[in-house]
Write a protein that binds this ligand. Structure first.
Ligand code: TNX
Length: 539
């Protein structure tokens, strides 16, 4: 619990230091070392995205990471040791040797990087951290492993972008001296991958997870089924994948995750403090399953597989018992693997049912998710059905369901904010973008950054918002390169909206920081869109 004294302390620090990092000619702030600036771009005082709550860079001085720099962790803290190793492996890319991770002794020697929970202020919460860098040492202090991990991501962004090259090329690794105190605004900082319209391999999803982690995102929602493909093995209903997973938009060969591969994704994400949120979209968007089992259809006739991009044409047969046995099996088998607290039941774009049929069905499917110990989530149409007290509503239609959402919120429901005209990464940047769709309009990098979660639903209080999410639908995306091109540079902006304080966020300041990430993305091999509105740095 954060007591009021701690809260006041944190706010005082915020007020003082926020003014320091955002105000242009602030005292104590300093420009980053020699990096070319595009004309007209404000010089970023630091490159960190999402912007931390409070940054005070020292006017001079830095800590130099060398092959002899140890990473010291609290004795017996195995999570801190694991995070230390993650940092050591990153640094190891850039040095000839990987730094050693060791338990800290009673006195901390000069020249160390330290990860510790000792003396951490409870007001930081589980995800907050303090990073203090002096010429003698770099110390990350947090109350919990997630905070240490996020402190490591900030430290990483303060090191040269060349850190990210995986082939060893020894070079200096200075970290500018200063102090950062940070904690997230929202607990849900999500991204969604549509692996149904086009399948992404587990390796590709892991890559996306790694990129999310760099920006302190903590929820990966995976859209595992839709009309065009069923992507997760369900042993009690094997045709779902052998038939329903055998194609994708455009007629390619599709694919699916075996149980082992899916469990591997859950673990990989969890190791990076990202909770995997599985979605099985029902009762619509379900042609792949109906094509796999005639019995799921009201007329007992399986439709053909579908490889187009229309929506709204399929629905489960809500009057049949087998429909609910199917859901029970699917949800049981998936929740046995997805160990996080959520299960997304979809519920969007249903045109084949009456309102009563839809409402009854959504009530029942929420009950099945809850019976497996999961908090149900539904796209915003679900607000028109009876809700369980735990159900989260995922807002997506810029002007849809507003009244129903407001009413549900008045009744205590909480909302994930992902407005299609701002947070949908599959919207084209502008009329020249070859990939993507534009039904919600063009979404420039600026438009995807310059909005407030609390302004999306009339009258909603911040306390009713769990956070934000950036969905990436894949009707038009077939390779990881395509996914990256749409996500970068917009994904980090959504991460910042989810993490950073609303006050002080401006496009003009942000675009300078964003531009500073280009060399890092080049080093990481990200296929990003060099939007002309951003002053990209370096090569
Ligand atoms: C709407 S967002 C859909 C998806 C499409 C997406 C394309 C939502 C809940 N439904 O089925 O893929 O638009 O942007």
């Amino acid at each position: 619990m954060i007591d009021s004294i701690q809260r006041r302390r944190l706010f005082r620090l915020q007020a003082v230091l926020l003014a320091g990092f955002i105000g242009a000619g602030c005292s104590g702030g300093r420009a980053l070392p020699a990096q070319a600036q595009a004309p007209g771009a404000p010089t970023p005082l630091h490159p960190v995205i999402p912007a931390p709550v409070a940054v005070a860079m020292a006017p001079t001085g830095h800590f130099e990471v060398t092959p002899d720099t140890p990473i010291l962790v609290d004795p017996g803290d195995s999570e801190a040791a694991r995070i230390g190793l993650y940092l050591a492996n990153l640094i190891g890319n850039s040095l000839e040797t990987t730094p050693r991770v060791a338990p800290a002794g009673a006195t901390i020697p000069a020249g160390a990087i330290v990860l510790t929970t000792h003396g951490a202020d409870a007001a930081l919460g589980e995800e907050g951290y303090v990073l203090a860098v002096t010429p003698e040492r770099a110390t990350i202090t947090a109350t919990a492993p997630a905070g240490l991990f996020y402190g490591v991501q900030t430290l990483r962004q303060l090191m040269p972008p060349s850190l990210e090259y995986t082939a060893a090329r020894p070079h200096p690794l200075p970290i500018p001296a200063g102090r950062i105190e940070d904690r997230p605004r929202f607990g849900w900082r999500g991204a969604m991958l549509d692996v149904s319209r086009h399948f992404l391999s587990a390796e590709d999803v892991k890559r996306y997870i790694d990129l999310m982690a760099l920006y302190k995102m903590n929820r990966l929602h995976v859209h595992l089924s839709d009309d065009q493909g069923w992507r997760i093995e369900i042993p009690s209903w094997p045709n779902l994948t052998t038939h329903g997973g055998s194609t994708e938009v455009g007629g390619g060969s599709g694919g699916y995750y075996t149980r082992e591969a899916f469990a591997g994704l859950v673990r990989y994400a969890q190791d990076r403090f990202i909770t995997l949120v599985p979605e099985i979209d029902v009762p619509g968007h379900i042609n792949a399953a109906m094509a796999s089992y005639p019995a799921l259809n009201c007329d007992d006739t399986a439709p053909p597989l579908y490889t187009g991009i229309a929506v709204g044409f399929s629905s489960l047969c809500v009057d049949k018992d087998i429909t609910y046995r199917f859901l029970e099996d699917v949800i049981r088998e998936i929740t046995a693997l997805a160990t996080g607290p959520y299960f997304h039941v979809g519920g969007d774009e249903v045109t084949k049912l009456t309102h009563e049929q839809y409402a009854q069905f959504m009530e029942r499917v929420q009950g099945i998710a809850a019976a497996h110990g999961k908090q149900p989530i539904g796209w915003d149409e679900i607000a028109e059905a009876p809700l369980l007290p735990t159900t989260l509503i995922q807002h997506w239609r810029p002007s849809g369901s507003q009244e129903a959402i407001a009413e549900a919120v008045a009744g205590g429901a909480r909302v994930i904010i992902s407005p299609a005209n701002k947070a949908y990464l599959d919207m084209k940047y502008d009329s020249t973008t070859v990939l993507g769709l534009n039904w919600a309009g063009y979404v420039s990098v600026r438009a995807s950054y310059e909005w407030e979660p609390t302004d999306q639903i009339e009258g909603i209080a911040e306390s009713s918002i769990v956070g934000v999410e950036a969905p990436l639908w894949s009707e038009t995306l077939s390779t990881l390169d395509d996914f990256e091109y749409m996500a970068f540079p917009r994904l980090p902006g959504i991460a910042e909206i989810g993490w950073s304080p609303a006050s002080g966020r401006t496009w003009d300041e942000y675009r300078g920081r964003l531009g500073a990430h280009a060399p890092r993305w080049v080093a990481l091999g990200i296929n990003f869109y060099r939007a002309p509105e951003v002053p990209w740095q370096g090569n």
